[in-house]
Design a protein around this ligand. Structure first.
Ligand SMILES: *[C@@H]1O[C@H](CO)[C@@H](O)[C@H](O)[C@H]1NC(C)=O
Ligand SMILES: *[C@@H]1O[C@H](CO)[C@@H](O)[C@H](O)[C@H]1NC(C)=O
Ligand SMILES: *[C@@H]1O[C@H](CO)[C@@H](O)[C@H](O)[C@H]1NC(C)=O
Length: 497
């Protein structure tokens, strides 16, 4: 791996004043309003204190970095280790947010367990806007960890900065976001971009942004290949897998969520609710996704509604997150079924339920536990967090065998779903990229098969949990990350000398 560009240490530090102004320019106006209100002494804090301290507080090393030190004082010394500044959308509640939390929590526990890390860890919010709802829903230990890590002093000039977000948010950000690295690429000792993408390539602008980094961390071999193929410097691309909290997502620790929950979506025309319902407990399929075409919910509904009918004792539960959409998912699904000419079986529709109540993170394991199989015919994933959570919960999973999931999905630990072909994205900024088109026929076969294959499904689920524990447990991932950071520190020091 190459060191940072040679200009790095020769470059004078920008004036702190400019830095503040530049940072403030990128602050979202609503956030600024809240911050100002707080400064003026509003009594209720709608935002986490650590986050504000980060933005405005006198101790903030991001806003007010330590005075530039003489070069002679910049070498590592005992008692003052270099720091890792992990910048991610910690307060946003999205995918990068939960991934970043899993890394910093694991690294912190790793250090607490006496792993002898040569660095201190600091965090700062960056990327997506913060969601107060997410912040308030966080368990107390996570909040405390956040306070502590956000208050950790971090001297940028000796820091390894991790920019953990989509490349558009990296310095200079393409939209309103706190930039990462905060002052550009010259000041930190080493800058790592942690990102991923779910199509077959990376856009030229993102390639350019990746190549500004000293290293680019991606979660899977799929990404190593798509990033390099798109033009990201091969020597910079490093695979760093994502963890799954196998302690929390442990089937032995949870009882199944009592079913039924949510609302039935497909009402049979002649008989309404009583047609075929209620039955026995039935076989429960669960899918968890954001309301996006990419997630293949249309493929799922087509396969499920064509394969099963009211005569089958099966039910499909959909836990859907809104994504730039309203939450009338039942209406959207019914409209889709009508417009796609999917015919109602003579025995009436098989049961589909949308879970419309808020399921907090703490109840997710119980929900997985209530299911017999997890299914996600996605068109492309960066990683597939719900998939690995389901696997950690020992569920057999039926998931498209393309993109992120190829990193962990095998015929031994799940049911890889075939794709028919790759198709072009037809709109939006990634027009022309290729995504997978999962096979409806194969999905029907697999869903039908898993309903009858109790023993086989159970043994795959067991293997799934074993694989998750062996490869992606927080301890194992923390060791991988700590090693890579150590390498970065060594690289940055050797170029400095
Ligand atoms: C810390 O740095 C020293 C010296 O570079 C190295 O020998 C040691 O292995 C490092 N420790 C860890 C945990 O990486
Ligand atoms: C939900 O969407 C359906 C179909 O688009 C529509 O008929 C229905 O009125 C909507 N319901 C609400 C509460 O918006
Ligand atoms: C899944 O995809 C991988 C990578 O393309 C391939 O090597 C593997 O054979 C596929 N598995 C199945 C069951 O088709």
């Amino acid at each position: 791996m190459p060191g940072p560009p040679p200009t790095q240490t020769a470059q004078p530090n920008p004036k702190p004043k400019n830095r503040c102004r530049r940072l403030l320019l990128f602050l979202a106006p609503p956030l600024l309003a809240v911050a100002v209100a707080l400064l003026l002494g509003a009594s209720t804090n709608p935002l986490p204190r650590w986050f504000l301290r980060l933005l405005l507080g006198p101790k903030s090393s991001v806003l007010r970095p330590a005075e530039p030190r003489p070069v002679a004082d910049r070498s590592p010394e005992p008692g003052r280790p270099p720091c890792v500044l992990w910048m991610a959308p910690f307060a946003s509640g999205g995918g990068y947010c939960s991934e970043a939390w899993s890394y910093v929590a694991a690294l912190d526990a790793h250090a607490a367990a006496g792993a002898g890390q040569n660095f201190t860890l600091a965090i700062a919010h960056h990327g997506d806007l913060e969601s107060p709802e997410f912040w308030f829903g966080l368990p107390e230990p996570s909040k405390n960890l956040a306070y502590r890590l956000a208050a950790t002093r971090c001297e940028l000039a000796r820091a390894v900065v991790v920019c953990h977000s989509e490349p558009g948010a990296w310095y200079p950000p393409m939209y309103e976001a706190l930039p990462c690295p905060p002052t550009g690429y010259q000041e930190p000792a080493f800058v790592i971009g942690r990102t991923m993408f779910e199509t077959d390539r990376v856009s030229p602008e993102h390639v350019r942004r990746c190549n500004q980094m000293d290293a680019v961390w991606v979660p899977t071999d799929f990404h190593v290949s798509t990033f390099v193929k798109s033009g990201v410097d091969r020597t910079k691309v490093v695979k760093v897998v994502q963890g799954v909290d196998v302690e929390f997502f442990d089937p032995a620790k949870h009882v199944a969520f009592p079913l039924p929950i949510g609302v039935p979506v497909m009402l049979s025309e002649d008989s309404g609710l009583e047609h075929g319902h209620p039955k026995g407990r039935g076989f429960v399929f669960l899918s968890v996704f954001k309301w996006e075409q990419r997630k293949g919910w249309d493929v799922l509904l087509r396969a499920f509604l064509q394969e099963f009918s009211g005569a089958d004792d099966v039910v499909l539960y959909l836990l859907i997150n809104a994504y730039h959409s309203d939450t009338n998912f039942s209406g959207k699904i019914r409209r889709f079924v009508k417009e796609s000419n999917i015919e109602e079986p003579v025995e009436g529709w098989a049961e589909v339920r949308v879970i419309d109540e808020h399921v907090p993170q703490s109840a997710l394991p119980s929900l997985y536990k209530a299911a017999d199989a997890f299914v996600l015919p996605t068109r492309g994933e960066g990683w597939g967090r719900p998939v690995v959570e389901a696997m950690a919960m020992s569920l057999p999973v039926i998931v498209t065998n393309w993109s992120g999931p190829t990193e962990y999905l095998t015929e031994e630990n799940g049911y890889p779903l075939d794709i028919d072909k790759l198709t072009e994205v037809t709109e939006g900024p990634f027009k022309g990229h290729l995504c997978a088109e999962p096979s409806v026929g194969h999905l029907r076969d697999l869903m039908r098969h898993v309903v009858g294959a109790t023993e086989e499904a159970r043994s795959k689920g067991k293997k799934a949990r074993e694989d998750m524990m062996e490869r992606f447990s927080p301890e194992i991932v923390a060791r991988i990350v700590a090693d890579k950071i150590q390498q970065a520190l060594v690289n940055s020091q050797s170029t400095e000398d």
